[in-house]
Design a protein around this ligand. Structure first.
Ligand code: SF4
Length: 328
């Protein structure tokens, strides 16, 4: 019998999670791409860096991160004194998987005159091998502060890197990683959907390939897309990012209509992140009860990764550059 099947039948999971949250002095973080039932019981719902920063500001002893592994690692990097649990340690990310540290190190060594900007969706090891971490909100502002003649490696997301290259006219060497979720949107199906909803704008995450971004009225992060939804004039928005974000949109704006952009088969099920979907109420309950699975990190690695994260925070709080990309 595994731990999940051993949970007593009829146990009120929400009540137990609440009890354990208090008993453990825990803060529960829910990413925008989590199932609605997890978002609804989280102390904070948001995007990855924002969640880690908010948790670091609390006096909680435990962070239960309902998201994916690189996000929980970021929480640990910022809060080394706290216990950080991830309900399912297999909750990875195709971008992280695309960029094994040894290969990334070799790539860097092959290009010694380049600095490395890495999207936050990467392992702690790759963060430690990078010069500056970026989010989709900070990338533009940070790039604007780097001298034009400085050669740059951008990884691991080739679509975000390609978007920045096109928008800023900046040449960069791109690592060939992709987000399997954002890659699954279909241009043909999106065009059909636009015809069915004339006048409805499309908001897309820059992890989408260029043929989807080119159809968008707004390009930005999850937080940026939420903000766009709040301020748009019309009542209908087509959303080209992981569809669980729509839960927050509908809660905040019940009078508006949000439609998930379709995948190739005409429905958006293929755009649900399979890694995020591994987290369940049962696993969250077990994580709080057993304080496992836990993120453990060598202090040298943590400090190496923190250095590139800190550089991002310093540069992002500067005054150079005005990106409208949101935070991811
Ligand atoms: S949505 Fe894409 S980038 Fe985000 S965790 Fe899933 S695979 Fe990774």
């Amino acid at each position: 019998m595994n731990a999940i099947t051993a949970i007593p039948q009829g146990l009120d999971l929400r009540a137990e999670i609440d009890r354990l949250r208090k008993e453990r002095n825990a803060v529960i973080l829910g990413h925008y791409y989590q199932k609605p039932e997890i978002q609804d019981l989280s102390d904070f719902v948001g995007d990855s860096l924002e969640l880690s920063r908010r948790a670091a500001e609390t006096d909680a002893d435990v962070i239960a991160f309902c998201g994916v592994r690189f996000m929980a690692e970021t929480a640990k990097i910022l809060s080394p004194e706290k216990i950080v649990v991830l309900p399912d340690m297999d909750a990875g990310c195709s971008l992280e998987d695309s960029c094994p540290p040894a290969q990334f190190k070799a790539f860097r060594e092959a290009h010694p005159d380049h600095i490395a900007l890495s999207y936050i969706n990467c392992s702690a090891e790759v963060k430690a091998l990078s010069d500056i971490i970026v989010t989709s909100s900070s990338a533009e502002k940070i790039l604007a502060q780097i001298p034009k003649d400085q050669k740059i490696i951008f990884g691991p997301d080739k679509h975000l890197g390609g978007y920045l290259k096109r928008k800023l006219g900046r040449d960069m060497l791109l690592w060939p990683g992709v987000c399997i979720v954002h890659e699954a949107f279909s241009e043909t199906e999106l065009e059909k959907l636009k015809l069915q909803h004339p006048g409805a704008p499309v908001a897309a995450h820059p992890e989408c390939p260029s043929h989807i971004v080119d159809l968008a009225d707004y390009v930005g992060s999850t937080s940026g897309i939420l903000d766009y939804a709040r301020h748009m004039e019309g009542g209908t928005l087509i959303v080209a990012t992981e569809p669980h974000i729509i839960h927050q949109m509908q809660k905040a704006m019940p009078h508006k209509n949000f439609i998930g952009a379709p995948g190739a088969d005409g429905n958006c099920n293929c755009n649900i992140c399979p890694y995020m979907a591994l987290n369940t109420l049962e696993k969250l309950y077990l994580a709080l009860r057993d304080l496992q699975p836990r993120i453990e990190m060598d202090e040298g690695l943590r400090l190496g990764a923190k250095k590139s994260l800190d550089r991002m925070l310093e540069m992002a709080s500067g005054t150079v550059g005005q990106g409208d990309l949101g935070n991811r």
